[in-house]
Design a binder for this molecule. Sequence first.
Ligand code: SF4
Length: 183
Amino acid sequence: MDAAYDSSATPLGFTCANCEQNCCISHFQHHTYVEWAYFLHGLEQAAPELVARITENAHENVEAMQAALARGERPRVMCPVNVDGLCTIYKHRLMICRLHGVAHVLQRPDGRFVHYPGCPRFDALAAREPMAPGSNVRGPVIDRTPLYRELAAIEQTFLGAKAGKLPKVDCTLAEMIVQGKPF
Ligand code: SF4
């Protein structure tokens, strides 16, 4: 995932540095047990003071998220792991954190590829690029399809005999931290 991201971001000089639209404030769920367990494995290795701060942030995040949802609003609450603008558990971050921002395609079950734009900063850089032959898209585009497939295979291996017997994962990172290890 990191290599795919870099193959797109590096040629454009795209970085998240000093971004005013910090995507760590976005409300998104994660969907695999293996990412959940891997992230908590990373969190366990952090300094105790940082773990305590992140855990407190996570509880506040879940409360604020639930309050926003109850008001019928889409939550915009900073990720509990983001401290002073930096991801403190960066090495163990989840899939969407690794891929967000760069333009991508995804192959649907009917075989069609659907194109998704990048974030506004990426798209502004991509707009300066020539149009790819036979396409109406400017700038690099990664294909998430093989990455999703590989993650699904890793999930199956990780779950082993539990595969298909557990509830579907649909949690924010803050909820994962509050709930603790998935099993
Ligand atoms: S895990 Fe890291 S990259 Fe992902 S939303 Fe949280 S702070 Fe941002």
